[in-house]
Design a protein around this ligand. Structure first.
Ligand code: ADP
Length: 202
């Protein structure tokens, strides 16, 4: 089924506020899964470092960080996890959240990851999405969630740059999950469609 020999990976896919982060964190608690969220990796950078400053210059406007830099930061982070023993590629499957996010990133990651399935959280209700993101801003300390125009820009960037990523993968890898459901129902459906994908490694 797969041609590359990169890190076995499942992609969580959906717009900002679709709940893929919440779901990814829970799924990442399973013994043979490791959850990696690109936004968290960026937010974990030292804010005073050049890369940290560069990240903020994009994220505070709701823009994406350039592709090459994103992939470099991702690979550096994964190498650190392997060195520290927190991620063992022979044992774990990665649950990737927020990467790849452009068609170019799909290309750059081709030799790096081996995509086994893509869980696509489909959100039909746009108003609920904006309300959810605005609500999150109050709970978290995220400048990119605070402002309605930034939120709308992120949704627009998602539709323009990220939605086309779906077309880069064979349809048989894509598992659609209704993201308008309550979180537990989304979890049930997301976990259900991954059972056959990762069970061989348990
Ligand atoms: P959300 O999914 O709610 O937009 P994230 O935490 O995934 O939030 O991302 C926050 C910010 O980090 C993005 O707006 C963007 O600036 C940057 N970012 C995250 N992932 C990527 C990526 N794969 N490519 C480029 N920029 C990214």
């Amino acid at each position: 089924m797969t041609k590359s020999r990169g890190y076995p990976s499942i992609l969580m896919f959906g717009g900002p506020g679709s709940g893929k982060g919440t779901q990814g964190v829970v799924l990442g608690q399973m013994p043979n899964l490791v959850h990696l969220a690109m936004g968290d990796i960026f937010r974990g950078l030292d804010k005073e470092s050049d890369i940290g400053k560069e990240f903020l210059s994009y994220s505070t406007k709701g823009q994406l960080v350039p592709d090459e830099l994103t992939i470099r930061v991702f690979q550096h982070h994964v190498a650190g996890l392997i060195d520290g023993g927190d991620y063992q590629p022979d044992y774990h499957t990665l649950i990737l959240d927020g990467i790849p996010r452009t068609v170019k990133q799909v290309e750059l990651l081709e030799p790096v990851i081996d995509v086994q399935a893509l869980v696509y959280l489909v959100m039909e209700d746009k108003d609920a999405l904006v309300a959810r993101l605005a609500g999150r801003a109050k709970k978290s300390n995220r400048p990119d969630d605070a402002d309605r125009s930034v939120i709308e820009n992120r949704i627009e960037v998602y539709e323009r740059e990220t939605a086309p990523v779906l077309g880069s993968f064979p349809k048989k890898l894509i598992r659609k999950v209704n993201g308008d459901q309550p979180p537990l129902a989304v979890l049930r459906d997301a976990a259900g469609c991954l059972v056959g994908v990762v069970s061989a490694k348990i």
